[in-house]
Design a protein around this ligand. Structure first.
Ligand code: ATP
Ligand code: MG
Ligand code: MG
Length: 431
């Protein structure tokens, strides 16, 4: 991919935008871009994430689309508290592979996918899951309710942890000294250049490791230095990123949206989609945070496709799809007969979220019931029946008092009994 039309090769110390941003360390990459930690020499109080798009026309087009959306997001949220990544600048950069559109984004930390991995796929504590869910729902409520945007690719990988410490505001404590230039010499190699390059890389890695450790020990998380342990006593906040596939609800872009495991049934069946498709992906994400495993991991098999396995897994967990929904999409005939039964997967083993949480993931009964009660409505086969992000933010599960499960006694004034489905939960009143 590092050829004409593809990625721009970056080396530590490279500068961008007429010397304003200096590459420090690679943060990640995707199908469209590589993303770098960069030092902003002009504000000198900020490290930023530099997303450098591949150069071919279709990638440039996609970047323009993403910039347009990120600009609308920034314009509608001047105080930057809606849990969505902020675009701070953008420019073009010419290199040997062509002209690359670059986005300058606020620098965030590790993705929720890495957080799940660091927790050894065992799932996070429910109080953590609650905090993260509130952030994501805040973002979705803003995107859907205020802007009319559908993200279309919500998943743990596209949600990044926030860091509470900015390394350059306090370089001594963060242990980060910016690399300001690359050494002179033939950029195509040679033993000397290679060894300098190696030293620069080591230095950048050490600096980033130091930031991570500082952050973890100071109650900000950002990048994760050590498995599991690093979350003690930390307030988890996160932001939604990757708006390359986002679209305005009145102008849907593609027919097939979302990453497989987080894809809503109306997308598979091609019955038309809107905001509720994001709510489906959100519920899958919340489940994965709590259990460490994907809610649906379909596989194609003998005589049936991945799509059909996916629909079967959905029904096994959530109950039979109403006939009207099953047969109502442009692709329904590929999977369902006219009675609304799957054509090629006949015998389904029905269960429930509640039972799965207890039996497979060893949740205590009450936890399982309450969490299933939160997730269930977002996984309604009928998209119109799913709650909005705003409605979800009001759900009692998000406001369950953290100490409830430690049986701590609270004064009567701050605690009230609230009826949630079948159970009485004690929730702390928000003022
Ligand atoms: P995709 O193929 O997923 O669409 P993409 O090319 O659009 O990829 P992103 O998903 O936006 O790229 O970013 C790629 C990776 O870079 C992310 O998964 C993340 O690890 C890292 N990254 C992106 N934005 C930031 C940021 N603001 N701060 C820190 N790291 C980031
Ligand atoms: Mg991505
Ligand atoms: Mg993208």
């Amino acid at each position: 991919s590092y050829r004409k039309g593809g990625y721009h090769a970056v080396r530590i110390g490279d500068s961008f935008a007429a010397g304003r941003y200096i590459a420090q360390q690679k943060l990640g990459w995707g199908q469209f871009s590589t993303v770098w930690l960069a030092y902003d020499t002009q504000s000198s109080v900020n490290y930023v994430a530099l997303k450098i798009q591949k150069s071919a026309p279709q990638f440039a087009q996609a970047a323009l689309h993403e910039i347009e959306i990120l600009s609308a997001i920034a314009a509608g949220d001047p105080s930057n508290n809606k849990s969505v990544v902020r675009l701070v600048d953008h420019f073009k950069h010419s290199g040997p592979n062509g002209q690359h559109l670059c986005m300058v984004l606020e620098f965030l930390g590790d993705s929720l996918l890495r957080l799940i991995k660091y927790n050894r796929y065992k799932g996070l504590e429910l109080n953590r899951v609650r905090e993260i869910c509130k952030c994501i729902l805040t973002a979705l409520d803003y995107l859907h309710g205020t802007l009319g945007l559908i993200h279309t690719d919500l998943k743990p990988e596209n949600i990044l942890l926030c860091s509470t410490i900015n390394p350059s505001k306090d370089p001594v404590r963060s242990g980060m000294t910016p690399i300001l230039e690359r050494p002179e010499g033939n950029p195509n190699g040679g033993v000397i250049i290679n060894s300098i390059e190696k030293r620069l890389k080591q230095r950048a890695r050490r600096a980033v490791a130091r930031i991570s450790e500082r952050r973890a020990s100071m109650g900000g998380v950002g990048m994760l230095p050590k498995p599991a342990r690093c979350l003690d006593g930390i307030d988890l906040r996160c932001k939604v990123v990757d708006f390359g596939n986002a679209c305005w609800a009145d102008r849907p872009i593609a027919e097939e949206i979302q990453t497989r495991q987080y894809r809503a049934p109306e997308v598979i069946l091609q019955s038309g989609y809107s905001f509720p498709a994001d709510m489906w992906s959100f519920a899958c994400t919340a489940f994965e945070l709590a259990t460490g495993e994907m809610m649906f991991a379909p596989k194609g098999g003998q005589g049936f496709s991945e799509d059909e396995d996916h629909l079967a897994l959905m029904m096994e967990l959530l109950g039979k799809m109403p006939r009207k929904i099953a047969t109502g999409g442009a692709r329904s005939k590929d999977y369902f007969d006219r009675y609304g039964d799957l054509k090629r997967i006949r015998r389904l083993k029905y269960g429930s979220i509640d039972r799965l949480l207890v039996d497979k993931y060893k949740f205590p009964d009450a936890d399982a019931r309450e969490f299933a009660n939160f997730l269930g409505p977002m996984l309604d086969f009928e998209p119109e029946k799913r709650p909005t992000a705003k409605q979800c933010l009001q759900h009692p599960w998000l406001n369950i008092d953290n100490q409830m499960h430690d049986n701590e006694v609270k004064s009567e004034s701050s605690v009230e009994k609230v009826n949630v489905g079948m159970t009485n939960l004690q929730i702390k009143l928000r003022k």
